[in-house]
Write a protein that binds this ligand. Structure first.
Ligand SMILES: [Zn+2]
Ligand SMILES: [Zn+2]
Length: 345
């Protein structure tokens, strides 16, 4: 056997020529001289086969990945090691350096290339919606029969931001393009309905209240007759707050706790606890009191505690319970008056 190219004899042959001649012509890797990547200039998402994906990846990383994806290595390469470098940026073009080291047919081979990666900036559909102030839902934060308190707004906005930040990882429309602060409450415009619903869920979990959803027709496509709807979701915080006094089924209670599932009450007479579902909300009546008064204890028996009405000093007998039992004659206790009746608080 001899090599038809160099005439060498007694040498290892590859595809009809000697190994030396073969390796001289051998190309270890293929990589295009110019690679173009389309990315969103706002979120760095990459356009690939008509789909935008992998947002928030740094540009360097995008360039390295583009190089990697475009490298084709020979099947004969063994123990290959590839080094990628960005030499310099010229405008939107990254001038790169790629070095591959591998063993081919027992010989170590080094090959270098200097491809360019061009970043083609565009705007992905989600970012363009965001820039246009697009929204799918509006959360109306209100309080029932009263004004919202500053602390309630602060707490609500903390929950809204926290939830949207979390949602944003999977929903790029989890943003607030607009907040309208109105006399009756605040309207929070939310990019996606899905995230708006999550926000309302969390608001109700922590603050309680009643939710109502109503779609509104924004515009109509005349040719198809199809309407474009946006969803308004109102969350009405309860008329009462923790420690307020309420009437429910003719008994007077103090509010102990409020959450998304129930309203917890304390019976002012028996000290028994009661938990009501939100569907009972409309049957709970807020009681306005004129302030807390002091009443003196004048008698105590196993079954009753006698106090003096702080307004007219007439004696009043209260049925004994664990709470009252802690007091002794001569001590003063806090009372309130509702409908002319006296309650120890
Ligand atoms: Zn040869
Ligand atoms: Zn984008």
């Amino acid at each position: 056997m001899f090599c038809p190219e160099c005439g060498a004899t007694d040498v290892e042959m590859v595809e009809g020529i000697c190994k030396n001649c073969y390796l001289k012509k051998f190309q270890l890797m293929e990589i295009p001289e110019n690679i173009t990547v389309t990315i969103c200039k706002h979120c760095n998402a990459k356009l690939e086969e008509g789909k935008w994906k992998d947002e928030y990846i740094p540009e360097d990383e995008i360039i390295y990945r583009a190089l990697e994806n475009n490298i084709k290595l020979s099947d004969l390469a063994e123990n290959e090691e590839i080094e990628l470098e960005i030499d310099q940026m010229r405008g939107t073009i990254a001038e790169c350096y790629v070095e591959a080291v591998a063993t081919v047919l027992g010989e170590d081979i080094v090959e270098t290339h200097t491809p360019n990666v061009k970043l083609n900036y565009s705007v992905c559909p989600d970012c363009s919606k965001r820039n246009a102030g697009y929204y799918e839902a509006v959360i109306q934060l209100r309080a029932d029969d009263r004004q919202l308190k500053d602390e309630e707004i602060e707490k609500a906005e903390e929950i809204i931001n926290r939830t949207l930040n979390k949602q944003y990882k999977k929903d790029k429309l989890a943003y607030i393009p607009q907040v309208a602060r109105l006399k009756e409450g605040n309207d929070y415009y939310i990019g996606s309905l899905k995230s708006a619903k999550k926000v309302v869920e969390h608001l109700k979990d922590e603050l309680g209240g009643k939710i109502k959803e109503s779609p509104r027709l924004i515009s109509e496509d005349k040719s198809t007759g199809k309407g474009l709807y946006r969803i308004w979701i109102s969350l009405r915080l309860p008329k009462f707050e923790i420690d307020d006094f309420v009437k429910y089924q003719d008994k007077i209670y103090q509010i102990n706790a409020i959450d998304g599932n129930r309203i917890q009450l304390n019976d002012l007479e028996s000290q028994e606890k009661l938990a009501l579902k939100w569907r009972e909300y409309d049957s709970i009546e807020k009681q306005n009191i004129n302030g807390v008064q002091k009443a003196i204890i004048t008698a105590k028996s196993p079954r009753e505690l006698q106090i003096l009405d702080p307004d007219d000093y007439s004696p009043i007998d209260l049925e004994m319970n664990d709470k009252l039992n802690k007091y002794n004659i001569g001590e003063e206790i806090d009372v309130i008056k509702i409908d002319g009746r006296i309650f120890v608080i």
